[in-house]
Ligand binder design. Structure first.
Ligand code: SAM
Length: 350
């Protein structure tokens, strides 16, 4: 049968198991690099299936480590797999894989946070943003220590259509700490709803695929892990620059348990605070007594549009930061800025 004949051509020949590779090359997990390995190929295959068909595709894998997920990606038929790994100890094991899949595995030893992915793949695979996504996927069992800064960086790149998104709507299948996976996908009204939910969902269709129990990893992390799939939206739900959306969302979630009006007020200098916050809420048609967690992405979009109009009318407004004003006041009065800041009930970090 032709199909199974083709299957056979991209499946890897017999290789030492991942456990054997770890022992062979003495690859003790480094806590500093958040190394938790997946040795169960059924699980790595399941992660890879979430990406959709990889036959003939280009893939970038983040942090391949000893190469379990890497094998699953190759077995799924990726034609060109580029792995970016910070820890040089993994190179010999990956080299073995590269020899088993001639011409299909490229290695970069470096930091994914600074790697220029726009240079890593041929320009000819690019698709227009509005078209179907390109045959390029990012897949990774991410180090927890870099997963949140990395997704924020990629969300901004998505908004600017740079980096991996210079090729179009590149899809991502990534692992996160369970709690972060829940925040990424939380809808309005959910306890997990946060800045990260809004910033992600205005740019992407996001799916919480499944949970991997901590015990499946070696060594076992303290938390369970969620696999999340992202497809950038052809039409982002908010049509404003990333930094402006980020500022509005950050301010609104500043006082997570209070009415949303409270955080919105802090976008404006004290003298104009009440008047401009009122105008912004009216322009956006948002109920000031809703809690930040209750606001839909569409409502955040309306708030961002209103704030953008107010910034156009009030030069210098966008650069206003209430924390700076407080710090200066604290200095004048000889008060510690931390003391003043304690009024904020929940400074929400991503
Ligand atoms: N993918 C392997 C697996 O599933 O078994 C390893 C996963 S382990 C959680 C994370 C991997 O990312 C490690 O191999 C680690 O060395 C690598 N890593 C950590 N920080 C990195 C960075 N900034 N850039 C690239 N790789 C990194």
């Amino acid at each position: 049968m032709a199909a199974s004949g083709k299957m056979a051509s991209f499946r890897l020949p017999p290789l030492p198991t991942i456990g054997e590779i770890i022992r062979l090359y003495n690859l003790r997990a480094e806590r500093q690099l958040s190394q938790n390995f997946l040795l169960d190929m059924k699980l790595t295959d399941k992660i890879v299936r979430q990406a959709g068909s990889l036959k003939g595709a280009h893939v970038c894998e983040v942090g391949p480590g000893p190469g379990g997920l890497t094998r699953s990606i190759l077995n799924a038929g990726a034609a060109d797999l580029l792995v970016v790994e910070k820890d040089a100890r993994f190179v010999p094991g990956l080299q073995l894989l590269s020899e088993a899949a001639p011409g299909r595995l490229r290695m970069v030893q470096g930091d994914i946070l600074t790697y220029r992915m726009d240079r890593g793949f041929p320009k000819k695979i690019a698709r227009k943003w509005e078209e179907e996504p390109p045959e390029l996927h990012i897949i990774g069992n991410l180090p927890f220590s870099v997963s949140t800064p990395l997704i924020i960086k990629w969300l901004e790149a998505m908004s600017d259509r740079t980096g991996p998104f210079a090729f179009g709507r590149t899809r991502l299948t990534l692992t996160f700490q369970k709690e972060v996976a829940e925040r990424l996908t939380a809808g309005p009204g959910s306890r997990q709803r946060s800045r990260l939910s809004v910033m992600t969902q205005y740019l992407c269709k996001v799916r919480d695929c499944f949970t991997i129990p901590g015990r499946a990893f070696v060594p076992k992390p303290k938390v369970d892990v969620g696999v999340v799939h992202f497809t950038p939206l052809a039409q982002p739900q908010i049509q404003q620059p990333f930094k402006l959306v980020e500022k509005v969302v950050k301010n609104v979630f500043q006082f997570r348990r209070k009415y949303c009006r409270r955080g919105i007020e802090m976008l404006f200098p004290e003298m104009l605070r009440l008047e401009l916050a009122e105008q912004m809420l009216q322009m956006a048609d948002v109920d000031p007594t809703l809690r930040p967690t209750q606001l839909s992405v569409a409502k955040f979009g309306a708030l961002a549009d209103a704030y953008s109009k107010l910034c156009a009318r009030n030069p210098g407004l966008f650069s206003y930061d209430f924390r700076e004003e407080r710090r200066n006041k604290g200095r004048d009065k000889g008060l510690l800025a931390e003391g003043l800041d304690s009024e904020e009930d929940d400074e929400e970090h991503y």
